[in-house]
Design a protein around this ligand. Structure first.
Ligand code: HCA
Ligand code: CU
Length: 381
């Protein structure tokens, strides 16, 4: 699968609404949708209009914003839901239905044959009402479903010749990258329609699983900003972007406004009342900090030595930290040079030793380091 052809289905406004801290107002939804559009995701998935009268209004409103991104809504595979969704003017409808034994027994209570019958009825109805609408059918809890059941459902629906894409959902975040690769590859061999993948992050594999899906031929990957969603969420947009960056930064940069990623994350973080996690890919506070002397020396010579991702694509800066006991003479010399201080090697060595000794005893700031450098120069000068 080519990176240029991959589409991101961002579900911050659907799966993200299921996050325990989310409570987006109409205004929040519009702001987030516009920000996602500015970043350049291809699709924006929004909460089902059947949830409440306000969700219905919001869905309609978002569909009419005139965004570049296609607006999708996500509904149960029910005729009643489909009628309401059709009324909102969305570009596409994402249908889903559980196929695992657990969901069939304790969720909707339907057999595989009944699932096929209902899906056929709903899909045919939607197509009759609006042949232009983009349709996706997804099996919920795909990785705890029998492969034979999944293929039976996909192939029966595919015969209708209506659905644009089939979805695979790792609903409880249980799949491994290997399993994801195998399932998508199997599907790829059975039909040529697009394939969407939705990964939960319960075992920390959401980004790796999404990438495995892409490698096996998935055409659409679901994300949410900061990964927000049910429990601990789904594939975070920044994580997917980081993973894809390593393939081909230039293509990625042409597809998306990478320099807007930080603002988009900040906006969503603000709306849910949390800060961006320090270790979040690209936009977390720690992402571009270099510390140990061995690292800082090499990074100052060539940043690629210890960076898979160049922060400048994202309008971010790297920090080379020198105010600690792990610091080294090369980084101190670099800082002295930046400050316009001309010091001999033996002097730099002495200053480095002073900084290391002091840092063992107390917390030093970068300003402290600069003061030490200035005062050394003054005393000897
Ligand atoms: C959920 C549904 C879903 C649907 C994914 C999809 C999941 O349990 O809330 O439509 O592809 O994780 O299975 O988000
Ligand atoms: Cu989900």
């Amino acid at each position: 699968m080519l990176l240029s052809k991959l589409a991101i289905v961002d579900s911050t406004l659907r799966e993200g609404e299921q996050f325990f801290k989310s409570n987006f107002s109409t205004g929040d939804k519009v702001e987030i949708a516009r920000a996602l559009d500015q970043f350049g995701v291809e699709y924006i998935e929004v909460t089902s209009p059947t949830v409440s009268p306000q969700s219905y209004q919001d869905c309609k409103n978002l569909a009419q914003l005139g965004l570049q991104a296609k607006v999708l809504t996500h509904i149960r595979c029910h005729l009643e839901d489909a009628k309401i969704a059709l009324d909102t003017g969305v570009d596409g409808i994402n249908l889903f239905m559980g196929t695992s034994k657990l969901l069939r027994q304790f969720g909707h209570g339907k057999s595989i044959d009944e699932i096929i019958d209902i899906a056929t009825e709903v899909i045919t109805f939607i197509h009759q009402q609006n042949p232009q609408i983009e349709l996706r059918f997804s099996t919920e809890d795909s990785f705890r479903s029998f492969l034979s059941d999944l293929l039976r459902v996909y192939l029966a629906i595919n015969k209708l010749g209506i659905v644009n894409r089939f979805g695979v959902a790792d609903t409880v975040g249980i799949a491994t990258p290997h399993q994801v690769y195998q399932l998508i590859q199997e599907m790829r061999q059975c039909f040529s329609e697009d394939i969407e993948f939705h990964a939960h992050n319960d075992t920390g594999c959401a980004i790796a699983n999404s990438f495995a899906a892409f490698e096996a031929g998935a055409t659409h990957i679901d994300t949410s900003v900061l990964g927000i969603g049910e429990r601990n969420g789904i594939t975070p947009l920044s994580g997917l972007i980081a993973r894809l960056y390593t393939l081909d930064p230039e293509t990625l940069n042409r597809k998306y406004s990478l320099s807007y990623l930080q603002k988009l994350n900040q906006l969503v973080a603000e709306k849910i009342g949390l800060s961006i996690p320090f270790d979040h890919c690209i936009v977390g506070e720690a992402a571009f900090n270099h510390k140990a002397g061995v690292h800082t020396k090499a990074v100052l010579n060539n940043s690629q030595t210890y960076e898979a991702i160049n922060p400048s694509y994202f309008d971010l800066n790297r920090s080379v930290l020198i105010n600690h006991k792990l610091t080294g003479k090369n980084s101190i010399a670099h800082r002295a040079h930046q400050l316009g201080l001309n010091l001999e090697t033996f002097q730099i060595q002495a200053i480095t030793q002073t900084i290391k000794t002091l840092a063992e005893r107390e917390k030093l700031t970068s300003e402290n380091v600069d003061e030490i450098l200035y005062s050394y120069k003054k005393n000897i000068g």
